[in-house]
Design a protein around this ligand. Sequence first.
Ligand code: UDP
Length: 325
Amino acid sequence: MKCLITGGAGFIGSHLAEALLKKGHSVTIIDNLSTGRLENIEHLKGKDNFTYYIDTIMNKTLMTELVEKCDIVYHLAAAVGVKYIIDHPLESILTNVGGTEIVLSLAHEYGNKKVLLASTSEVYGKDRPGKRIFHEEDDRVLGPTSIVRWSYSCTKAIDEFLSIAYFKEKNLPVIIVRFFNTCGEKQTGRYGMVVPRFAKQAIAGEPITIYGDGKQTRCFTDVSDSVRAVMMLAEEPTAVGEVFNIGNPHNKVTINALAKKIKKMTGSKSAIRHISYEKAYEKGFEDMRHREPDISKLQKFTDFEPAVTIDEMLAKVAKDIKRKK
Ligand code: UDP
């Protein structure tokens, strides 16, 4: 199969590229390196069946050529990371919505190619009292438009609406996946993601900075599990036109416990500090207290079972960050 991965030099995209190549597919990636990095694909360069383009998905001429030549598009290119979105509000909206429109319209125009759209658990918005587990059909609860964080949720929701509209009106075979806190080797903390940030701080002996009271919980999923789920869905004909959570409900942890785990695992002497959300992000910032994926739908459509425990995942991340030091 000829696979096109937009955002293929990004964290998840580069792992997906490697896994698809291993399965014997040919892989072309396009990435503008806004959050992706060339070093993520260094080991793939020169491999048979691997081609890369450093360009934006807004380059419609190039995208036309790439979409025309492929059998399936894994559309991962997007502005991601809470911090990145807050720092680049305009670019985030324009790329996330405009870029997806280009991908979907070309996929339709050039033979109704299958599109797998990467979305996010941010789509659900805030958690609500007594509700921690999110199912694909749940309502979305968002804050005001003055808080930039919510624009990310809205742009990805528009991407989902667009994909579903193309599926319903044009028969475009689309599959939508919502990633829940994916982590692993090659992830950078530069755009806000907590695990590489804590690991880097711990290894450098700097204070580990927890935002808020640290009692908020997340379920962290190793990228190898997320990529496996994506590939299973792409091969499952009945998944077309559907939305799926991808996550690991077994790896639930408070951010306080996460900090302690990382500190212990790296043998760090770092202090653990709490700082306010306002100081960390922006005035009026609201965090989700709890977020857990319901993956029963994914497991109904595929044989997916998450395999990597939180400790195994953290050990891999710490090793990766130490190696780069
Ligand atoms: N967080 C933290 N310190 C950091 C980065 C993040 O305490 O340096 C917290 C953040 O406020 C959130 C959780 O860790 O409660 C997960 O943050 P991340 O940005 O990784 O993912 P999110 O679940 O917010 O999308």
